[in-house]
Ligand binder design. Sequence first.
Ligand SMILES: Cc1cc2nc3c(=O)[nH]c(=O)nc-3n(C[C@H](O)[C@H](O)[C@H](O)COP(=O)(O)OP(=O)(O)OC[C@H]3O[C@@H](n4cnc5c(N)ncnc54)[C@H](O)[C@@H]3O)c2cc1C
Length: 450
Amino acid sequence: MTEFMDYENKKSQLVNQLKNSAGSRAFLKKKTASNLFRYMKNSAEKEGNVAVSDFDQIIKIDPKNKTLDVEGLASYENIVKATLKYGLLPTVAPELKHITIGGAIVGIGIESTSYKYGFVHDGLLEAEVLLPNGKVVLCTAQNDHADLFYSLPNSYGTLGYILRAKIKLYPAEPFVKIISERYDNLVDFMDAMLAATRDQNISFLEGLVFSVQEFYLLKTQFVSHANDVDDIYKKNIFYKLIQKKNTIYLTTEDYIFRYDPDWFWNIPETFVYSIFRAIAPKKFRNSGFYKKYIDTKNRLLSKLGINVSLTALEETLIQDWQVPWKKGPELMQFALENIDLGGKPWAIVPIQPLHSATSYPLRLNELYFNLGCYCASKRNHTDRFYNTKIMDEKCFALTGLKMLYSSTDLTRDRFEELYNGKEYREIKKKYDPEAIVDDLYNKVIAHQSS
Ligand SMILES: Cc1cc2nc3c(=O)[nH]c(=O)nc-3n(C[C@H](O)[C@H](O)[C@H](O)COP(=O)(O)OP(=O)(O)OC[C@H]3O[C@@H](n4cnc5c(N)ncnc54)[C@H](O)[C@@H]3O)c2cc1C
């Protein structure tokens, strides 16, 4: 099959390179920006010497069977562009353009379709994984490596790197219509969101919460035509537009990446940035550009001896927590009462997990309430990570889990109890018997590395 030739050639080259030079080890080198926010300690992870960076191409779209074969480092920006040409979309497509398919599978990707289609990994049909020892295995839900298949979610590269994934697609239209409904109390908002999860006409569902009296439910459906498409790059900022307008039209591509131009709500709304918004070419209006800009600026400032750590008044709170739907109001209330986001919203999506994930043991057939926070919070405590810790504890007390792309503070015992450490350790021993790469606890908590 010609579509697979380039991929197969790259794969053979990579495997040979790892085999032929003694002591070689692969490491991930994304061309796009990383979406990890671990800010508690410095990385202690040793890097390999063979970069896996060229596996970022679309391999094959099969419109008949609605599947996509794609290399592991392909970004959602490229995936969504390519599949929309066929009127198709991945079942779950994250909102930041530079998130890659491999990163989203191993990092518990979610979006406003998750109430129907679960997590990104629930749309995975098969994956080819470069194991830490340099061998490549194909895993599916049915083959001899089904244990690896179910252990990829929440593995963060500790079981190997996904070189190719085959994922499910579903039919999409070119435009969407968003209905923004305002509620002034949590109970009505939760009831309306639950009712919307059962409404067959809705394609995407999420909520934004600005305060105890300002809740927005965003019910989005596909439409084939739109006369008056709203602009979220120059004229408007999406999260503010929903407060002003109750019916919004966007292209489907803009909808998927609606929070990307302003990196959710992190781009300052100052005079300088309003000029930047008005004149910057679209290619600069993306989260990857800002992330690189901020990382570079901070590196330069720290070289000049200027302290760029968090200000005494702020704690960066970029996290996602999931609790069973019935516990959602308690988590939301707790967050609103204890944490001040300075007028920026909390984000909510309902999630229905579809398959087991070894290291992310949520209950199947149960709807979850996902609460996300993607900005700085006000700090009233001497502990720099106080807000993170109280939110994490509340989430775990409500029998929930948090994603691990950001900072977490847990002992190994507690971590293993929450994230099914016993089973993970068996899989880790099988697929990385020489412990060539860090295990999950070391990678995402002890070392807080990428
Ligand atoms: C501000 C912010 C907003 C976010 N918003 C969303 C969102 O809207 N929706 C959503 O789904 N997620 C969101 N996330 C979470 C994001 O999906 C995860 O952090 C994901 O792991 C990022 O993937 P990446 O491709 O950017 O990889 P990176 O950030 O570069 O790496 C993430 C981790 O995945 C591993 N990894 C990357 N590629 C592979 C691969 N091919 N095979 C094996 N391991 C690999 C890396 O080793 C690393 O440990 C958000 C994260 C942040 C910080």
